[in-house]
Each structure stands twice: as structure tokens, then as C-alpha cells.
Design a protein around this ligand. Structure first.
Ligand code: 3HC
Ligand code: NAD
Length: 293
């Protein structure tokens, strides 16, 4: 397994892929960001630009470092060509197992055999995603927190076949990016973070769905009673309600019982294209909820 990483390929230029590309570029790596069309890539670059500007404005990043990071990021829609030159791949496409497996089949064929293939999945078992790869030992979970440029924690997940060498390369890369690691030692759906977070967020959504409390009051309890930085309803809007619905549905199907089951309000909001912050409205709109409870 090559520990010499220069070129990082990030697949998916959405909320997470753009943030991960930015983190890798700030860590000194050359980054290629791939998505399915030029428009999505442009939106991803705009998100990176906005984030770098905010980091500079708040004094957390120097202007030269921001310009250097910006210059290290290229974009393309040609996955196969980009995969040929990659030393490390991080996948951040939609949370859909078929889509991820199709992508990993292509990556397995196109990348050098020593290249680590990491997935930013929120909850799928790493071994399932690695199924179409001839060498599943090089597949590993690297679950960044949203928003990646501000959140230093990355959860690393070992698949059933992940090699020590792949873990070592991943550790070195994340250390160069100044990230803190927690290790999920068993390949279970939802890992550590989303078994915790989905149970909390779905219970919070249920309180709103049942008309027991407003989103503001649910979030206030989490912030002022339990000291959370952000309430669970605001966290759902931050993560994206479409993604949260996919994650909670998959976890609920896997584990059974009620703890991860999404209440109807989540699907209703997604149906109305209220995806959260990324679409301008979710549970909240302009900082306050518009839901009749
Ligand atoms: C579903 C998945 O699988 C798992 C997940 O990732 S779930 C989501 C997990 N993430 C969380 O739970 C996030 C919890 N929230 C937080 O830690 C914090 O609220 C936060 C870091 C997001 C924002 O910090 P906070 O102080 O609360 O808010 P806010 O005042 O808006 O922002 C602080 C500063 O960060 C800046 N900022 C916000 N987002 C930014 C970004 N993406 N890039 C750069 N700067 C950013 C703001 O501009 C602001 O700058 P200023 O101090 O100069 O005004
Ligand atoms: N949103 C979060 O808070 C969060 C946090 C951690 C992990 N995740 C996980 O990260 C992944 C991405 O989530 P997101 O929130 O960035 O989603 P998103 O919807 O913002 O972005 C997904 C991107 O992937 C692109 N895409 C889809 N199929 C593709 C393909 N075959 N090839 C290239 N690009 C493709 C889409 O065009 C889109 O730009 C998901 O697996 C999600 O569960 C999300």
C-alpha cells in the first residue's frame, strides 16, 4: 500500500465532497473533485470559495494559505481519467448502496491496485460497498462530520477485510489534514456517530411531528439543558433532510424497532423539496420554523 499521497480524488461535489476537497487542499494535497455535471461542480467550488472566505475573515486561515488551497483544487466529470492519477480516493456521492457499489466497481478497475479507496458513507457497512472490488482490503470508511472545514472529528471504520496498511495510509492522510480520529472497530451500520445521532434526531423529529413542541423548543432543550452546540432539528437541516431520511430508513430497516424510524414529517418535508439549509428551507426557514405545531 503506497503511503506516498500527492493526488487526492474526491468523488461527489455536494455538501460533504466539496468540504472534504477543501480540507484535503488545506492539508497540502492536490485535489481533483469529480461529479456528474459542470453545474454541480461549479456549486461545489462556490461552496469552497465561501468557506475559505469565511475562514480568512474570522482569522482562522491566512490569505496566502487560502489562495494556495484554492489553487490545489481542480474539477472534472471524467472519473476514469481522474482515477488513473489518484493516490487516494474519497467517495462522497449520494447515500445509495447501488450507486456506491457501481462507483467502487469502476474505481477498482481504474485506480492503481495499491490505492486506498475510502467512503464517506453515513451508515452503510464498508464491506457491502467493497463487494464489487477485487481487493476489498483497500476499502475503508472515512466518515467526516458536517461541515468538514470546521469539524475536526473523522470517524474511521474498518470493513471486514480492511488491511492494516490501508488504515495506516488513512491515518497519515488525516493527520496531515489536522483531523482527530475515532476508530469504529466493527463494520456495523451507522458506526458510532450515526447510531447516536440518528436515534436522537429521529426522536426530536417525532416530538415535532406529534405536535408536542416546536423545532425551536426541541433545539433549545438540547442546547440549554444538555449543552449541545446545535439542537437535533437544526442538525437535521444542516445535514440535509434527504440524506437524513435515507440514513434513518436504512438504519431502521437493519436494526428494526423504533429507535431509528423516521416520523412522517421527514418524508413530507423531502416531498416538498425542503431539504434543509442546502435548499434554503427544511424544518426551519430564515432562522425560524414555519411548521404549525
Ligand atoms: C449525517 C452525517 O453522516 C453525520 C453528520 O455530519 S451530522 C452533522 C454533525 N455536525 C454537527 O452536529 C454540527 C454541530 N454544530 C457545530 O459544531 C457548530 O454549530 C458549527 C461549527 C456548525 C457552527 O458554529 P457556530 O458557532 O454554532 O455557528 P456560527 O456562528 O454560524 O458560525 C461560527 C463561525 O463559523 C463560520 N462558518 C460556518 N460554516 C462555515 C463553513 N462551512 N466554512 C467556514 N466557516 C464557516 C461562520 O461564518 C462563523 O464565522 P464568524 O465567527 O466569523 O462569524
Ligand atoms: N450531509 C451530511 O451531514 C453528511 C455527513 C457525513 C457523511 N455524509 C455522507 O456523505 C455522502 C454525500 O452526502 P452529501 O450531504 O454531500 O450529499 P449531496 O446530495 O450534497 O451531494 C452528493 C453529490 O454526489 C453527486 N453524485 C451522485 N452520484 C454520483 C456519481 N455516480 N458520481 C459522481 N458524483 C455523484 C451528486 O451530483 C451530488 O453533487 C453521503 O454518503 C452521505 O450520507 C453526509
Amino acid at each position: 500500500m503506497s503511503a506516498e499521497i500527492r493526488e487526492v480524488l474526491v468523488v461527489g461535489a455536494g455538501l460533504m465532497g466539496s468540504g472534504i476537497a477543501q480540507v484535503a487542499a488545506q492539508g497540502g494535497f492536490q485535489v481533483t473533485l469529480v461529479d456528474t455535471g459542470e453545474e454541480v461542480l461549479a456549486r461545489g467550488l462556490a461552496r469552497i470559495e465561501d468557506s475559505l472566505t469565511r475562514l480568512v475573515r474570522s482569522g482562522r486561515l491566512g490569505e496566502v494559505a487560502a489562495a494556495d488551497a484554492r489553487a490545489r483544487i481542480g474539477t472534472t466529470t471524467d472519473l476514469v481519467e481522474a482515477a488513473r492519477g489518484a493516490d487516494l480516493v474519497i467517495e462522497a456521492i449520494v447515500e445509495d448502496l447501488d450507486a456506491k457499489q457501481a462507483l467502487f466497481a469502476k474505481l477498482g478497475d481504474s485506480c492503481r491496485p495499491d490505492v486506498v479507496l475510502a467512503t464517506n458513507t453515513s451508515q452503510f457497512q464498508i464491506s457491502r460497498i467493497a463487494e464489487p472490488c477485487e481487493r476489498p482490503e483497500r476499502v475503508i470508511g472515512v466518515h467526516f462530520s458536517n461541515p468538514p472545514p470546521l469539524m475536526t472529528l473523522v470517524e474511521v471504520i474498518l470493513g471486514d477485510h480492511t488491511s492494516e496498511a490501508a488504515l495506516e495510509v488513512t491515518r497519515e492522510f488525516l493527520a496531515a489534514c489536522d483531523r482527530e480520529i475515532v476508530l469504529c472497530r466493527k463494520d456495523v451500520p451507522g458506526f458510532i456517530s450515526n447510531r447516536l445521532s440518528t436515534a436522537l434526531c429521529m426522536e426530536a423529529a417525532r416530538l415535532v411531528d406529534e405536535g408536542i413542541a416546536t423545532p425551536e423548543d426541541v433545539d433549545k432543550v438540547a442546547r440549554l439543558m444538555y449543552g449541545h452546540k446545535m439542537g437535533p432539528i437544526a442538525t437535521l437541516d444542516l445535514a440535509g433532510l434527504d440524506t437524513a431520511l435515507r440514513v434513518s430508513t436504512a438504519l431502521s430497516e437493519h436494526y428494526g424497532g423504533d429507535r431509528f424510524t423516521p416520523p412522517p414529517i421527514l418524508a413530507q418535508l423531502v416531498e416538498q423539496s425542503r431539504y434543509g439549509n442546502k435548499s434554503g428551507a427544511g424544518f426551519y426557514e430564515n432562522g425560524s420554523s414555519q411548521l404549525a405545531v
